[in-house]
Design a binder for this molecule. Structure first.
Ligand SMILES: [Ca+2]
Ligand SMILES: [Ca+2]
Ligand SMILES: [Ca+2]
Ligand SMILES: [Ca+2]
Length: 227
């Protein structure tokens, strides 16, 4: 027994090397697909019709393994089909159009989960945020914060938007063709009520004229003659 133990101890490095070799060979027999399922590596190479979709996936999706024009629908062409496979082996793409907003959120917000052009992303302080288009008029309608919050935006020129970042109905940022800058309060003056201001100025002038007459600094002609 002691002899056997000594034998194992002396040959430990050879045994360890052998075990690692076996593990390496075994790991090459299987690959993890991006869908999260494990399928034999050899089957990934079997693509009868050469359409880029291996036979295993085509069989799961019920498409024709011998017809290159027949394969699972994959809108963003990332190799993950839009839908879950018929046999449940593959989960399908969570973001069909690859615009970085998942299908469930797109349905919630009202954008199109099969159209990548209805989402634009940008960074504020190294965090990614989104503009979302929901009514097909090529003007973004919502600001989306990935923590699940969405707020109002206002388009004031082609691809220029005021953004209400905090959802308190006050503008915080200006998005201008991909550039983001802080919204400066003075810009609210763009919408100043000029008619009201003109009325106030006229009113003040009338008050001054009245006071000039009242304190006899100005006279009407009759008053002057009477004096
Ligand atoms: Ca096919
Ligand atoms: Ca896909
Ligand atoms: Ca999407
Ligand atoms: Ca979309």
């Amino acid at each position: 027994m002691q002899k056997l133990r000594n034998n194992i101890r002396n040959n430990f490095k050879y045994i360890a090397f052998f075990l690692i070799l076996v593990l390496l060979i075994f790991s090459q027999l299987f690959v993890f697909t991006s869908i999260g399922d494990i399928i034999p590596a050899s089957s990934l190479e079997d693509d009868n019709d050469g359409d880029g979709w291996n036979n295993t996936i085509e069989r799961s999706y019920g498409t024709d393994i011998d017809n290159p024009l027949n394969f699972p629908k994959d809108t963003d062409e990332d190799g993950i089909p839009n839908e879950k496979s018929d046999d449940g082996k593959f989960n399908g793409d969570e973001d069909d159009d690859g615009d970085l907003i998942d299908d469930i959120t797109e349905d919630l917000l009202g954008s199109n989960s099969l159209d990548p052009s209805d989402v634009e992303n940008f960074y504020i302080d190294n965090n990614k945020y989104f503009l979302i288009e929901i009514d097909d008029d090529n003007i973004f309608d919502l600001f989306y914060n990935p923590i699940g919050k969405y707020t109002n935006i206002y388009c004031y020129d082609t691809n220029k938007y005021y953004i209400d970042f905090t959802g308190d109905d006050h503008w915080n940022y200006i998005y201008d063709n991909g550039d983001i800058s802080k919204y400066i309060l003075e810009e609210e003056n763009i919408e100043l009520p000029w008619i009201f201001i003109i009325f106030v100025i006229i009113f003040v002038i009338l008050i001054i004229i009245f006071l000039l007459f009242k304190f006899k600094i100005l006279y009407l002609y009759e008053e002057y003659v009477e004096k």
